[in-house]
Ligand binder design. Structure first.
Ligand code: F6P
Length: 319
């Protein structure tokens, strides 16, 4: 079962969980040739961290040998690729990374695939909220995913002409936000706020601990940011306010043109890198080129929204 690139391929089911449990599926051309237009993943995924499972790492290494693999292509975000990097550094696993996350928070690459699609969906949701907000003369809040980096909120907010954008990269300035929303509401009869699920709010629930996953991340949807923000805004402005959480709706559906092209190029580059035995590297988009970068560089630090983008937000949301 050779692929078009001349390799025999198998899929490991559910990420690192599948390698620990030796669960695989064949990846023939007939199984993959129509994937370009599909959301989700046919091999499945999980939030399994082999370093947090008893015997997880030895099982990964053993099964890699048992399956007679030459190289493993790990696709994911900071968690999946952080494990890939550790396995490469500590156990010399022949691994290559492919940056796939809607959060767009991996360093060393300009974009990760999944991001454009999820922002496109959020942008449509924001437009719908604007329509109903306008009809009812309300302030509308859209909470979007994106974990501890505000890229999804930033791009959704800019692309939908939000009146205020709340990002985890800086504390919400309640007085400024209230003033701007009141002014937007006075001018247009409605206002839109796009907020990241990870923002901190100055209220009693701010330090809510929340349940953590195997990678130590708080399950952010449990923090109820949109509802708390809505209460805060309504109390401060006396304007009727409603909120919506887009949640996992952002993580499905047909990929956008940008994501289809990026994922195709990333996949082909990863296969080329496997042929050249460039292990411990990740495919990255740099400008218009797909190039190899060290996994270490991609995973050492989360890529958060820098000051230059925050300045743009200030310009756009100041009237
Ligand atoms: O990392 C991707 C992501 O969608 C984050 O934006 C979000 O916080 C998290 O996953 C949600 O995780 P789960 O699907 O496990 O609830």
């Amino acid at each position: 079962m050779a692929s078009r690139l001349g390799y025999d391929c198998i899929g490991i089911l559910d990420g690192w969980k599948g390698l620990i449990e030796n669960k695989t599926m064949p990846l023939s051309i007939s199984q993959v040739e129509n994937l370009i237009s599909q959301g989700g993943t046919i091999v499945g995924t999980s939030r399994t961290n082999p370093y947090k499972k008893e015997g997880g790492v030895p099982a990964c290494l053993e099964n890699f040998k048992k399956l007679d693999l030459e190289a493993l292509v790990a696709m994911g975000g900071e968690d999946t690729l952080g494990v890939a990097n550790k396995l490469f550094k500590e156990s010399h696993l022949a691994v290559i990374g492919v940056p796939k996350t809607m959060d767009n928070d991996l360093s060393a690459t300009d974009y990760t695939f999944g991001f454009d699609t999820s922002v496109t969906i959020a942008m449509q949701a924001a437009q719908n909220l604007k329509d109903t907000g306008k009809s009812h003369h309300r302030i509308m809040i859209l909470e979007v995913m994106g974990r501890h980096a505000g890229w999804v909120a930033l791009f959704t907010g800019i692309a939908s002409g939000a009146d205020y954008i709340c990002l985890p990269e800086r504390r919400v300035n309640v007085a400024q936000m209230t003033e701007r929303l009141q002014s937007a509401h006075q001018r247009k009869g409605y206002a839109l706020v796009v907020a990241s699920e990870a923002i901190d709010l100055p209220d009693a629930d701010a330090e809510k601990a929340g349940t953590k996953d195997e990678f130590g991340h708080i399950i952010l949807k449990e923090r109820g940011v949109a509802e708390r923000l809505s209460e805060l805004i309504e109390n401060k402005t006396n304007i009727e306010t409603r909120s919506a959480v887009i949640g996992h709706i952002q993580r499905g559906g047909p990929p956008t043109l940008f994501d289809r092209i990026l994922s195709t190029r990333a996949g082909a580059k990863a296969a080329e890198m496997a042929g050249e035995k460039r292990y411990g590297m990740m495919v990255a988009l740099r400008g218009t080129d797909v190039v190899p970068v060290p996994l270490e560089e991609a995973t050492a630090k989360l890529k958060t929204v820098p000051e230059s983008w925050l300045k743009l937000v200030d310009i756009l949301c100041q009237c």
